[in-house]
Design a protein around this ligand. Structure first.
Ligand SMILES: Nc1ncnc2c1ncn2[C@@H]1O[C@H](COP(=O)(O)OP(=O)(O)O)[C@@H](O)[C@H]1O
Ligand SMILES: [Mg+2]
Length: 356
């Protein structure tokens, strides 16, 4: 049974329950449960005990209620029913429930995506509106400069105005690039091909110097449902950062492999174990450069965070945005002094069939 079930007698003793119930509640199944007081068996889940006990006080029972198990960070949806004898007297109650956590997480992600999309639209609007006045300032300061050729002080102030306006404009342009909503052109994508392309692109963006690049591909890598161009951007940005971190000497190793990722068993009934294995592509980009200091590792994905004098701080945020759009993950592990590894995890097929 996919659902958890708990049935109790009128006197509060447990009549029946199943493994799924214990799994959803993360409590071990005791050797004797049937016949014991259910409030005792499930005492660690007092909110559930309360909900089920209320069945005897209610005449109309709730149909599909959501209950958040705070300490487990889990959400269940439940239904209560009465059990009656032939004369219609209520002799027991049943709670059917289902773990909604994964459903809920998917909805949360969706909501976040919507919110970011509208924020992005607003930012894009503002950036666009700023472009014209900034261009105006730059042009007019240039005109004014020609009208005061004899005043060196005015010349120098106007030169500052122009260069500041140029800087502001560059920020606006980058921001437009960053907030532009992502539209994926999903096709069957050959990841090794993308990686080769990305190496070439990164070499054009940052000097490679003496840096060695090794590419290790697991045999029989499947094609991935993804946007070839944008995935190329992901690895180009990671490799560019690695080249920049290495400063002309060191080693970059890129590895691609496929792993069967098992769903958290707490979320998937055992009898469905086969369907819960999803093949996942894992691509590691590792360098033996200086690493990311532990106190900065939370911030490197923040827009505009950079430790480079000429950096935009948008490389990794763009990586994250593209990987998210592919329902993937990006993780970083770094040992200061020893190197940095970025791990991109992508679902091989974007068709998710875990929750219907
Ligand atoms: N491979 C790496 N090794 C060390 N530090 C890195 C690496 N990749 C990224 N970083 C750190 O993350 C910061 C943000 O990277 P990114 O978003 O690409 O912006 P930028 O490259 O313009 O600085 C970098 O400034 C750097 O401090
Ligand atoms: Mg970068």
């Amino acid at each position: 049974m996919r659902n958890g079930v708990i049935a109790i007698h009128r006197d509060g003793t447990l009549a029946l329950t199943n493994h799924e119930a214990y799994r959803i509640f993360s409590i071990p199944r005791p050797s004797h449960d049937v016949g014991r007081a259910f409030s005792e068996v499930f005492r660690e889940r007092s909110e559930v005990v309360r909900a089920l006990a209320s069945a005897f006080d209610l005449t109309t029972l709730p149909n599909r209620v959501e209950l958040r198990l705070r300490d487990l960070d889990r959400v269940i949806g439940y239904t209560l029913s009465h059990v009656r004898d032939d004369s219609g007297t209520v002799i027991g109650a049943v709670m059917y429930f289902k773990d909604l956590t994964q459903v809920e997480q998917a909805e949360e992600r969706e909501r976040l995506r919507d919110r970011l999309a509208s924020l992005g639209e607003m930012a894009a609007g503002i950036a666009h509106e700023l472009k014209n006045p900034l261009a105006g300032i730059e042009v007019m300061a240039g005109l004014l400069r020609r009208q005061v050729p004899e005043s060196p002080d005015a010349q120098s102030l106007l030169a500052d105005i122009i260069s500041e306006a140029k800087l502001a404009n560059a920020i606006v342009v980058q921001m437009l690039e960053f907030v532009r909503p992502i539209r994926l052109q999903v096709e069957r994508t050959n990841v090794p091909e993308v990686l080769h392309q990305a190496i070439t692109m990164a070499e054009n963006k940052a000097p490679r110097g003496e840096v060695g690049v090794s590419l290790t591909l697991a045999p029989d890598l499947p094609l991935v449902d993804g946007d070839q161009h944008q995935l190329c951007q992901v690895f180009t940005n990671l490799l560019t950062n690695a080249f920049e971190a290495l400063g002309g000497r060191g080693q970059i190793s890129i590895r691609a492999a496929v792993e069967d990722v098992h769903q958290d068993p707490a979320f998937v009934p055992t009898d469905e174990a086969e369907t819960s294995v999803t093949p996942t592509m894992i691509v590691d980009v590792a360098d033996d450069g200086p690493g990311v200091p532990a106190e900065l590792s939370d911030r490197i994905f923040d827009p505009f965070f950079t430790t480079k004098s000429e950096g935009s701080g948008l490389g990794l945020p763009i990586v994250r945005k593209i990987v998210d759009a592919h329902d993937g993950r990006i993780d970083v592990t770094s040992t200061p002094g020893a190197g940095t590894r970025f791990r991109v995890t992508l679902p091989v097929s974007s068709a998710t069939s875990v929750f219907k």
